[in-house]
Write a protein that binds this ligand. Structure first.
Ligand SMILES: Cc1cc2nc3c(=O)[nH]c(=O)nc-3n(C[C@H](O)[C@H](O)[C@H](O)COP(=O)(O)O)c2cc1C
Ligand SMILES: C=C(O[C@@H]1CC(C(=O)O)=C[C@@H](OP(=O)(O)O)[C@H]1O)C(=O)O
Length: 389
């Protein structure tokens, strides 16, 4: 069973990750992981933290000569900002006058601060915000990229992009193939397909920033060449769309997940939504459209996966909302240190990463995931069998 864990606080020394259950024999390209980490740091509307960080992964276990051993893979990413927080965030530094004076007591509406403080009985909300920060998503991107490299070995390609920012839609009527999408996405700093919307969205983000406000949006992940039959209809907890929805909702600030045309389909007739079945001797089974986003009965149906995720506007506002000081109970403005105006671009990378992790997990569970060469052989044989069904 492929699973992973992360540890580390936003301003602590480093992020740490362990992924267990990767096949032996997977060659890992660290440059590709670092490129994904750089992409997650970027995008229009990011705050000043990204000027400090320069995320690079270090692999410290489970790898020999760049090839996985089948043992747990251990990863680290340094937080460069720790240098400015050492006095406050060093794991062993005793509490002193300076660092206790910097206590966080004014919870931000929409962030984990208040409820986290109540639940874990914290009087310094830094003990909550450090881990609830989306800094952790850097490690999920590193692990997700390794899973993308595994999927690439099986000719499965995945991309995440920004579909909508605030109320401005930047999608195209027809989805181009992923290779063309990549080219379009590299042409702007918003990871959008419709280049005509760049200026309008920049203005939207600039205005929000000037007003001390924040912006959300919708991201989309497309996965090509996924074999049919991953996941199962037999029990609720084996449905792959349900597992994916859980993983995507697990990304900070994601508040909704849908597949294919999503909620819009609920307003249409069945004849407009179901994807008619076709068969071609050379290509095998297919569908004449892909409104359902590649899932039927909790299983992949051989069409591209289309997964949408809605992100709320970020909770930390420079024009802070009213809050209540947890020590004095006085009404005060919520805490603000530093924040992104929008994190919709990084969200598109993070959501694609968690989708890749779930897919790598179901594939290594459906087939023998002990060794990469055997896995490739089994997936190829299965694809052949499906075509001849
Ligand atoms: C890549 C990324 C960057 C984020 N940056 C910020 C930020 O700068 N300020 C902020 O308040 N929230 C930010 N968030 C969102 C918070 O982490 C999130 O809202 C918080 O953890 C509460 O969780 P919830 O929104 O899922 O309930 C970011 C999210 C992501 C995915
Ligand atoms: C550190 C990252 O994002 C952070 C996520 C975040 C939050 O509240 O989620 C708040 C901000 O933290 P800071 O106050 O340190 O600037 C973001 O910068 C990152 O994405 O690498």
């Amino acid at each position: 069973m492929l699973f992973y864990m992360t540890a580390g606080e936003s301003h602590g020394p480093q992020l740490t990750g362990i992924i267990n259950g990767l096949p032996a024999g997977l060659e890992i390209d660290v440059a590709q992981i670092n490129a994904a980490l750089t992409a997650r740091q970027g995008g229009y509307g990011r705050g000043n933290r990204q000027k400090i960080e320069h995320d690079q992964v270090k692999i410290v276990g489970g790898l020999r000569h760049s090839v996985t051993l089948g043992s747990p893979l251990a990863l680290t990413i340094l937080n460069k900002d720790f240098a400015h927080w050492q006095d406050n965030m060093d794991p062993l530094q005793p509490a002193n006058e300076r660092n206790t004076l910097r206590q966080v007591t004014r919870p931000r509406p929409g962030h984990a601060d208040l409820v986290g403080g109540m639940k874990y009985r914290q009087r310094d909300l830094r003990n909550v915000l450090e881990r609830s920060s989306a800094r952790e998503t850097a490690m999920r991107v590193a692990i997700g990229n390794i899973c993308q490299q595994l999927l690439a070995q099986l000719d499965i390609d995945i991309v995440g992009y920004v579909q909508q920012v605030g109320n401005v839609n930047a999608s195209l009527e027809e989805l181009p193939p992923i290779t063309i999408m990549r080219d379009l996405l590299s042409q702007n700093d918003l990871r959008i397909l419709d280049q005509t919307k760049v200026e309008e969205i920049h203005e939207l983000i600039d205005t929000a920033k000037k007003d001390g406000d924040t912006v959300g949006g919708v991201v989309r992940v497309v996965v090509e060449n996924v074999p049919a039959g991953l996941g199962s209809y037999t029990s609720w907890d084996t449905k792959l769309d349900a597992k994916l929805a859980g993983a995507v909702m697990g990304v900070n600030a994601i508040k909704g997940v849908s597949f294919g045309q999503g909620f819009a389909g609920s307003q249409q007739l069945g004849s407009q939504v179901m994807d008619a079945i076709c068969y071609d001797q050379n290509k095998g089974w297919g569908r004449l459209s892909n409104h359902l986003g590649g899932f039927e009965g909790g299983m992949t149906n051989g069409q591209s996966l289309v997964i949408n995720a809605a992100m709320k506007p970020l909770p930390t506002l420079y024009r802070a909302l009213p809050s209540v000081n947890i020590l004095t109970k006085e009404v005060q403005k919520a805490n603000v240190e530093r924040s992104d105006t929008t994190a919709i671009v990084p969200a598109s990378i993070v959501v694609a990463s968690v989708v890749a992790i779930e897919l790598a997990q179901i594939i290594t569970e459906t087939f023998d995931g002990s060794n990469m060469t055997r896995l490739k052989e089994q997936v190829a044989a299965y694809r052949q069998e499906l075509q001849e069904y």
